[in-house]
Design a protein around this ligand. Structure first.
Ligand SMILES: Nc1nc2c(ncn2[C@@H]2O[C@H](COP(=O)(O)OP(=O)(O)OP(=O)(O)O)[C@@H](O)[C@H]2O)c(=O)[nH]1
Ligand SMILES: [Mg+2]
Length: 144
């Protein structure tokens, strides 16, 4: 039986834990703890180690879903979680002042892997548009 690993990453509060919780076929494992710093202004809890879930495909294949912490002070987990990954889902928050800066930062931090980019909070902010996001992501040929 084939098994794959996909890593979800992106800035604090973009929705990594929520995304894995939404698509996992098993109750996800979360490591959220009370946020005690700037993050607290946005939400009460933040991931401190990882999220984990599983998607079962029809042919018996399994996709292991790993979510990183968003806070940069836990970036030592990013490398650990990335080992053996098929690719990366990079989530960007459309309500951020400059989501393209986050895009560049995370693409630089997770070099040498295939990336799919998802934009969250588009219900709260319609800009940048999907086309504008695609234009900025085109700096790496394997994106989108
Ligand atoms: N309105 C709106 N809310 C969203 C969307 N995506 C996620 N959220 C909400 O935004 C919050 C995101 O929280 P988390 O899933 O904990 O974010 P995270 O990326 O895991 O954050 P860290 O672990 O702190 O890095 C949750 O309250 C979600 O319900 C979206 O597209 N629109
Ligand atoms: Mg989280």
């Amino acid at each position: 039986m084939s098994q794959y690993k996909i890593i979800f990453t992106g800035p604090v509060g973009v929705g990594k834990t929520t995304a894995i919780q939404s698509i996992s076929d098993v109750p996800p494992i979360k490591t959220d703890a009370a946020a005690g710093d700037m993050t607290k202004a946005r939400k009460s809890e933040t991931t401190v180690a990882m999220d984990y879930g599983i998607m079962h495909l029809d042919d018996g294949e399994k996709i292991h879903l790993y979510g990183t912490p968003g806070q940069e002070r836990f970036d030592f987990m990013w490398d650990i979680l990335s080992v053996g990954g098929l690719g990366l889902v990079l989530l960007l928050d459309n309500t951020c002042a400059d989501p393209f800066q986050d895009m560049k930062f995370f693409l630089d931090s997770f070099a040498d892997t295939s990336v799919a980019i998802g934009i969250t909070q588009m219900d709260l902010s319609g800009t940048p548009t999907v086309a504008e996001n695609q234009g900025n992501g085109a700096q790496r040929s394997d994106d989108f």
